[in-house]
Every structure is written in C-alpha cells, then in structure tokens.
Design a protein around this ligand. Structure first.
Ligand SMILES: [Zn+2]
Length: 455
C-alpha cells in the first residue's frame, strides 16, 4: 500500500468515466518485458485482472488494444519539466506539455516554478494544477519556488502552497541555484516540518558568469566562455553536508559531472538523505556537439565530456544517481536559432527519453526493462512520495501504465512532436522503440503513438 502518513494524496483524482464504459483490455503484453504474453484488464481506474486470455471476461463495451509482444511498464514519472505556463504559452502550455508527456509514456510530471509570474504563491500553483486536471492527459504537479521571485533573498510560504488545492510537495528555484547558504539552511529547516522536497539546481553563479559551454578543450578552441565542473560540484558538496547536519529531503537536479557522481557516492555511503537525477542528454551527448555552434545544444548545466557521461551511466546503474528526469525545456525558434552564446539554455525531452534510455541501457546495454521501470517511474515516484504512480503491475493497483513497442523504430523529428517548441537535440536520430500506449487511471491518453485529443 502507498504510505500516505506523511503525505496527503495530491488532491482529488481527475474525474473519469466509471465502470465498464471505461474498461480497456490490453491484449498480449509482456509485463516488464518478461515471461509469456498476458492480457491485462483495466476497469474503474485500476488493474482488474491479469491472465493469459481475458477476451471472454472483458465487458462487451471494453476497448480492446492489440499490443501483442509489446512491453508493459508502469506509467513514467518525470520530476523535472518546464511547461512554461503561465507566461510563455507561445512555447508550451499545460495542455501541449501534457500531450507531449502522454506521447512519451508519462503519467505524472512536476513542472518547475520558473514561470512568469514565478510559481511562488498558492494561486499560481492552483491554476497550473487545475489546468492539468482539466487537460487530464497526465498528472501535472506544480513545483513551488524556494525564494520569492526566484531572487534568492526571501523564502516563499511553503505552508500556504502545501495547503493549497495544488498540494505542492516539491520546491525549487530551478534555473537558478539557491546559492546563499544561509537561505538554503533556512529552507531546509522550514521544509522539514512539512516533509517537502527541495530540488536544487547546483550552480555556483560566481563561477559561471557569462558561461555558455562546458569549461574544457572544446570551449577553449571555439572561444566560448566555460562553465566549470566545480561550479556544480561545490554546491552538491555543500548541500550534502547541509543534509547531513540539518536533515530534510534534498534532491540534486540534473547531475552532469563525474565529480558530482563521486560526491553522491560518498554522501550515500554516509547515509546522508540525498537523491539525484540525470537527464537523457547528459547521459549521451557531449560538448563535441558544439562544433556546429547550433544553439539547440546549449543547455544548463552544459553538455560535458565522455568521461562524465560514462560516470553518470554507471551511477544510474549503481543507484548512486536515483532516476532519470528530462528537464524538458521548450524554447521558441527565435530563442534557439541565433548565435550560440545568445541562445536560451534548454532542450526538449519528454517525447524521446524512453527511447533513449531503452536504447542505451536495454538494447545496447545489459539492463532489463525492470531497470527502466525503476529509474523512470518507481524511483521518481518514491522520491516525490507520489501516490498511485510507479506502483507494481498487479491486480488492484492503479492503472497508470505505458506500453512500449520494441519493433517500432522511428526518427525523432520536432515537427512530429506534440510539444509546441522545436528545440529537439535528437533531430533526425533513429529511435529504436516507441511508446504506443499510455494509460492514466484506466483512461487511454496515448493510442498508436499519438496523444488523444482533448477539447
Ligand atoms: Zn536546472
């Protein structure tokens, strides 16, 4: 059972048709990619039955999806996206971002606070929460900012946001670092009483002024101002020590360096309560991409070197880095198709992440689909204490699921994506597997690889 003792469920679940009207029969899926094909009957928002052939047991009105030989996983959970609403609806909205999430296999996402206005008060968080519920393609959880206006000076009212209808349970100034150690200490002490998560964007700003690329040989040769590893690692180290001495729940956003991995390995060895995520792009892309000066490759933290990607991959396998988060960051073409040092940092990620992780760790690695379920669904749901997601695939469990077609290769093209933006760093890259189906509380949100239309 979900332990809700310290975490009230995040508001009422979205309304969905009840009973047989809503029944769905998944035919012939491989649960976690294992064993013999099974039928899975979904009804009333839960997994009603699992068996070899449930054709005769499904209600006559049930939607039957022939998914023979496809892999059934728990619905994916992304702790770190930017859906840009309110303020930049020209680049993404709750609705378009939810569609991108559904298309990528996600059933829950946490959308960061660096909106305009900043998500630093309950009314803004509630508006995002309600828009997510109305769209009903994915559970959208607003992240509150740690400091008012992301200015790093004064704490926001965590309690007011936690008590709102949005039931905010994660706070972050992501995009900016809470670099003032006194403010971070106060945030930890304040957060402890409410058992909320603090997600830190680790960047010592005095070491990254004007920086646009990883500080290394490539940036030096191309004449780009460098963003050194130590700017990230010094904050990771500081916050690990803060977590040791002051407790709380601290989460490290988008780990990008080999040194961060070493620090996390040390911290976890000391039983310091700290969790961490890595993005797909920091697992596979390096600063060698900068040769073209294409703004699509500008991201924060920057693409590093091969040894960083290798260390991060191993850390994810070892559990030193807990989970994958996309840091899906839509930007307009004008903000990306310009001089490299003028381009806004950030990349799309929701619609390509499952294929990239499967390619890297299952198809070309020695991990199995249980590993993908762990790092893309179970761990992020545990870290965020999110009820109903990242649960075992078993009778009686909530029907938050995704299905991966391992025989459907495709090419990543921004124009085919549900996101409103086109800053896709994998443009033209072959993707070996595709999410065919996503299901949110028994309701199909993605069918044949396409998000269902909403009003
Ligand atoms: Zn960030």
């Amino acid at each position: 059972m979900v332990d809700n003792k310290n975490f009230p469920p995040t508001g009422p679940l979205a309304a969905h048709p009840a009973g047989a009207e809503n029944a769905v029969l998944l035919k012939g899926v491989l649960i976690y990619g294992e064993g013999e094909p099974q039928d899975v009957l979904l009804s009333d928002g839960v997994i009603a039955k699992i068996g070899a052939d449930l054709s005769t047991e499904a209600p006559a009105e049930a939607e039957v999806l022939d998914l023979s030989g496809q892999v059934l996983l728990p619905g994916l959970v992304d702790m770190h996206v930017h859906l840009r609403e309110p303020g930049r609806e020209d680049t993404e909205t709750i609705a378009s971002g939810s569609a991108a999430a559904a298309k990528g296999g996600f059933t829950a996402v946490f959308t960061m606070a660096n909106t305009s206005p900043v998500m630093d008060d309950p009314a803004i968080a509630e508006s995002v929460w309600y828009k997510g519920q109305n769209t009903n393609l994915c559970d959208v959880h607003p992240v509150g900012s740690i400091s008012k206006g992301l200015e790093g000076k004064e704490l926001t009212e965590f309690g007011m946001m936690a008590d709102s209808d949005a039931k905010v349970r994660m706070f972050s100034d992501d995009g900016k670092c809470v670099d003032d150690p006194r403010l971070m200490r106060r945030a930890i002490e304040y957060s402890r009483g409410m058992d909320v998560l603090l997600a830190q964007h680790c960047e010592e700003p005095r070491l990254t002024e004007g920086a646009v690329a990883h500080e290394g040989e490539t940036a030096a040769r191309l004449g780009l101002r460098g963003w050194p590893r130590v700017a990230e690692e010094s904050i990771v180290a500081r916050d690990a020590l803060m977590a040791r001495d002051y407790g709380g729940r601290i989460h490290i956003c988008h780990a990008s360096t080999e040194g961060t991995v070493e620090l996390l390995r040390w911290a976890k060895g000391q039983d310091i309560p700290l969790s961490a995520e890595v993005t797909p792009h920091h697992l596979i892309l390096t600063d060698s991409r900068l040769e073209t000066f294409d703004g699509v490759n500008r991201v924060n933290p920057p693409l590093r070197e091969e040894r960083d990607t290798l260390a991060l991959r191993q850390a994810l396998i070892d559990g030193v880095v807990d989970c994958v988060a996309t840091d899906h960051a839509p930007h307009s073409s004008e903000e990306k198709c310009c001089e490299f040092d003028q381009a806004r940092p950030g990349m799309l990620g929701l619609e390509t992440s499952l294929a990239i992780i499967a390619d890297l760790f299952v198809i070309n690695g020695d991990q199995d689909w249980r590993f993908v379920a762990k790092v893309m669904s179970e761990r992020p749901a545990e870290i965020t204490k999110l009820p109903g997601h990242g649960r075992p695939i078993a009778e009686g469990e909530p029907a938050n699921l995704c299905v991966v077609d391992t025989n459907a290769s495709w090419t990543a093209e921004a124009k085919e994506m549900a996101s409103k933006s086109e800053n896709n760093p994998y443009e033209g890259m072959p993707m070996p597997v595709r999410v065919s189906t996503t299901i949110l509380r028994g309701k199909v949100t993605c069918r044949n690889g396409n998000p269902v239309k909403t009003d």
